[in-house]
Design a protein around this ligand. Structure first.
Ligand SMILES: [Zn+2]
Length: 203
C-alpha cells in the first residue's frame, strides 16, 4: 500500500499514448501505475523516452530524482507518460451539449452572417424552433447574432431566407485533454502540440 503523503502525487496526471505513440487520454498517476504493474502499459522516461516496465522503472526511480510515491518497500517515480502495449485505437470523443461548448464550437461567430461577436451579443438559435418540437442538440442549435436572430423570428432558416455558413454537428474534441495548465508536464510537449488542448482531435 502507498504511504499517506503519496496520495496527492497519485492524483497527479499521466499522459496515456497508444501503441503508435498517439495521445489517447490523460489519467491519474494511480491508474497509470496500475496499468504498468499489470503489464498493460510501460512508463516513458521523460529524459530519454525509453520505456520501462514496473521493475526497471522502480530501479531507475531509486537512482534518479524527481517526485516519487512510496510503498512499504519501493520508491516509484511519478510517471509523466505511459504507452499502452496493445491498444491501437483512438478514443471516440463525445463532447456534451452545453451552452459553453456551443460557444466554443461556433467560435463566438454568428452561423448565419459569419460575424464574430462578444458573447452578450449572441444567442443560441434553434433551427427548428422549440415551439415546433425542435430539440436542444448539436444538430439543431447554432449561435446567432441579434440581427440574424430577429430576422429569423419564429420560423426556420429557410422560411426566413437565411443560410447557415456550415452544417451544425457534434464537435470532435478530446475532452480528456482538458487538463489544467498547472498539471501539464513539459515532457508532454513531444506528444501533444498546443493546438490539441481543447481543439479537434483528428486521427
Ligand atoms: Zn448574424
Amino acid at each position: 500500500m502507498y504511504e499517506l503523503d503519496s496520495a496527492a502525487l497519485l492524483d497527479e496526471r499521466t499522459l496515456v499514448l497508444n501503441r503508435s505513440w498517439a495521445v489517447v487520454s490523460v489519467t491519474t498517476v494511480r491508474r497509470a501505475l496500475g496499468m504498468v504493474y499489470r503489464r498493460v502499459a510501460r512508463v516513458i522516461a521523460p529524459e530519454t523516452y525509453e520505456t520501462h516496465d514496473f521493475d526497471s522503472w522502480a530501479t531507475l526511480s531509486s537512482a534518479r530524482g524527481g517526485p516519487c510515491v512510496r510503498t512499504v518497500s519501493l520508491r516509484i517515480r511519478v510517471p509523466e507518460a505511459v504507452v499502452l502495449l496493445r491498444y491501437d485505437g483512438l478514443p471516440q470523443a463525445r463532447v456534451p451539449f452545453s451552452r459553453k461548448n456551443l460557444f466554443r464550437r461556433d467560435n463566438f461567430t454568428c452561423q448565419y452572417c459569419g460575424h464574430r461577436r462578444p458573447a452578450e451579443d449572441l444567442s443560441i438559435d434553434h433551427l427548428v424552433p422549440r415551439a415546433r418540437g425542435g430539440r436542444s442538440s448539436w444538430e439543431n442549435c447554432v449561435l446567432a447574432c441579434l440581427e440574424c436572430n430577429l430576422r429569423k423570428g419564429d420560423g426556420t432558416p429557410e422560411e426566413a431566407g437565411l443560410r447557415l455558413i456550415r452544417k451544425p454537428s457534434r464537435p470532435r474534441w478530446a475532452p480528456y485533454l482538458s487538463v489544467a495548465v498547472g498539471r501539464r508536464k513539459a515532457s508532454w510537449d513531444r506528444f501533444v502540440s498546443e493546438r490539441y488542448w481543447n481543439v479537434e482531435l483528428e486521427p
